[in-house]
Design a protein around this ligand. Structure first.
Ligand code: NAD
Ligand code: TYD
Length: 335
């Protein structure tokens, strides 16, 4: 199979490329990525010289290069990760979220349609809005109720993907996944920020009362869920993917402090995020019953592995925190 992976230099996309090349070494992967602040080719050092891997730097919001790539490569499958993904950034500057997440997704759909290429769209549970403590978890039938520019742009993309299925018969699937964590997580999101701050002896900024809840999934489990959907999912269907592992930010922070032998004096309570979604939780019954998928890594095990990864890969996150990683492409490709 020949896959187009978009956003493969980001957190989940790069984990997916590692997962896929290990499991299906015969498959060919083309990684299309703009290399925004979140794209880092160092994530892909282990595969960059493989004859079955190719990197293309391009913006999915630019229609022509996307069309050209589809015409020249003849893909069997698109796995679409590329997005602006950080809620806090979307609050500060929403334009690029609309460009990439909506226009970019539409460009890919239109190009995929010309060749009727199977399209898997990677989305988020944030499209469903925010839950109260006692509400049932989100499932595939939960109405959309996005509340941040990020989740609104992802919701729009999901609707477009479904529209291309119903209107034009494009073979699509969608996954709406809960919060991921693990290796290569950009150190601006809560877990990698807190772990690396603590490793540097810095305080960790907990928003509001620290009682917002997220359902955490180890990134490799997200990759195996996408694999299950690609291989056995029903065309036109959506699958909710979650870790069955709800933690308040304070609870998760306490586990990180414990793993790094630090005390709660390192926590600095800061102003809450505007419109902060209180709770996300996923009911992953459908993917379990229909595709036999379940998370393999517990929160305790995954967090321990993640902390160890950041301890063992100091150069990776220090380059990001200092901004040096963005020179890598230039050094590597001379552009
Ligand atoms: P990320 O921000 O780490 O990576 C995004 C990647 O997309 C980067 O490599 C970036 O360079 C690339 N990109 C951004 N704009 C682009 C453009 N216009 N053209 C081409 N490439 C572009 O994001 P992530 O956390 O890896 O998330 C990947 C996908 O998974 C996103 O679609 C996100 O909505 C979804 N998702 C993320 C989570 C999570 O917890 N991180 C959970 C559920 C779903
Ligand atoms: P984040 O990693 O931005 O993901 P999400 O898309 O789910 O908002 O944030 C996860 C949770 O952590 C969210 O409730 C906001 C909170 N948070 C902090 O308390 N401090 C921080 O510095 C960050 C980045 C997030």
């Amino acid at each position: 199979m020949k896959l187009l992976v978009t956003g493969g230099a980001g957190f989940i996309g790069s984990n997916f490329i590692h997962y896929w090349t290990k499991k299906y070494p015969e498959d060919v992967i083309v990684n299309l990525d703009k290399l925004t602040y979140a794209g880092n080719l160092e994530n892909l050092r282990a595969v960059e010289n493989s004859p079955n891997y190719k990197f293309v730097q391009s913006d999915i919001a630019d229609e022509k290069p996307v069309e050209k790539l589809f015409a020249s490569e003849k893909f069997d499958l698109v796995v679409h990760f590329a997005a602006e993904s950080h809620v806090d950034r979307s609050i500060l500057e929403s334009d690029v979220f609309l460009q990439t997440n909506i226009i970019g997704t539409h460009n890919l759909l239109r190009a995929a349609l010309k060749s009727k290429t199977r399209f898997h769209h990677v989305s988020t549970d944030e499209v469903f809005g925010s839950l109260e403590k006692t509400d049932p978890a989100f499932n595939e039938k939960t109405p959309y109720d996005p509340r941040s520019p990020y989740s609104a742009s992802k919701a729009a993309a999901d609707h477009l993907v479904r529209a291309y299925f119903h209107t034009y018969g494009l073979p699509v699937t969608i996954s709406n996944c809960s919060n991921n964590y693990g290796p290569y997580h950009f150190p601006e999101k809560i877990f990698p920020l807190f772990i690396t701050n603590l490793l540097e002896g810095k305080k960790i900024p907990l928003y509001g009362d620290g009682e917002a809840v997220r359902d955490w999934l180890y990134v490799e489990d997200h990759c195996s869920a996408i694999d299950a959907i690609i291989k056995s999912g029903k065309i036109g269907e959506t699958y909710c993917v979650g870790g069955n592992s709800e933690k308040s930010n304070r609870e998760a922070t306490d586990r990180i402090l414990e793993l790094l032998g630090k005390g709660e004096e390192m926590i600095e309570y800061v102003a809450d995020r505007p419109g902060h979604d209180r709770r996300y939780a996923i009911d992953a019954t459908k993917i379990k019953n229909e595709l036999g998928w379940e998370p393999a890594v517990s929160f305790e095990e995954g967090l321990k592995k993640t902390v160890e990864w950041f301890q063992n890969n100091e150069a990776w996150w220090k380059n990001i925190k200092s901004g040096e990683y963005q020179d890598y492409y230039q050094k590597q490709y001379g552009k």
